[in-house]
Design a protein around this ligand. Sequence first.
Ligand code: MRU
Length: 373
Amino acid sequence: MKINGKHYRTIWVHQDDPSVIQAIDQRFLPHEVIIEDLKDVDAIAKAIKEMHIRGAGLIGTTAGYGMYLAALHAPRHSEEAFMSALVHAGEMLKATRPTAVNLEWAVNRCLEAIKAEKGIENKIAAARRTADAIADEDAAFCRRIGEHGLPIIEEISRRKKGEPVNILTHCNAGWLAFVDYGTATAPIYAAHEKGIKVHVYVDETRPLNQGGQLTAFELGQNGVPHTIITDNAGGHLMQHGMVDMVIVGCDRATRTGDVANKIGTYLKALAAHANGIPFYVALPSSSIDWKIRDGIREIPIETRSENEVKYIRGRTKDGKIESVLITPANSPAANYAFDVTPNHLITALITERGVCPATEEGIAGLFGHGNND
Ligand code: MRU
């Protein structure tokens, strides 16, 4: 998608130096567009852990490139030493963030591709090929999610006789959370491109404000009308008929359609349910954890530093990007990064293969039982 009129992906291989991965450092958005050079797997792990890059699809893609850089720098004197370095790199990457299953999925996919090749040069080539494939698929799948979600928005627009369709979203499941297009935003971008009037209510999404900072930024850069609201405003808007539908993203779904997404999503789903408003979750199949059925008990929920709750980051009037303390210095804070929305609160899932009920049968109808074929 576009920033200042120029098309970007969130991550790519350096045009002149294939040993360098470049990514937009999202800690500085919306104030500055800074491109970071990532030169080894440690830098990739740090970028994931410290959220220079974030969002399920982008975390997975970045991990794929991490495996490629690990392969480039692994010892070459024996295949055994090479593979052991790769397995170690994979474990290190998987330990960076626990909730988005795309991370584990991408690392395992790279490892399998590397193992399947004979000879170190071929293994390195396989790592690069696989990382590129993960990135390209991520963008292609998000585009398809847009195509499958578009008729839902079109139908509401028809019902409203062309009046703007008001869509509420939480956090950032936009193109900045993937390689391109995003998931929750893909149907919105598709509708906007087609000339359908849409307006997005963007939850600011404390504590890190991915909604107010990132979703608002990318919608604005791509011409989509939107309004930032506080995290607690959604229920009020829904009670007053100001929201036609909710679309959110997903960091990990169970095979039964329970969904983990940014903290606060569950409350939006409850409010939507209570007000009879359709609640959609958009996700690529790489976010489905086929091993688990019960999201509340089985999805690991990341807890992060209390400083993310106690401090808020922004740009001062003289242009500096700074964090300021907004709570009593000594009050403890708890920072749960995700919550689980049970499948019965979800109207449908929007995936790269189509729209389905958030049930085991619905998901299996599109994907079978987990082999993704
Ligand atoms: O902590 P983050 O920023 O990596 O969280 C991910 C998210 O932005 C949301 O949970 C998003 O809605 C799903 S990721 C596509």
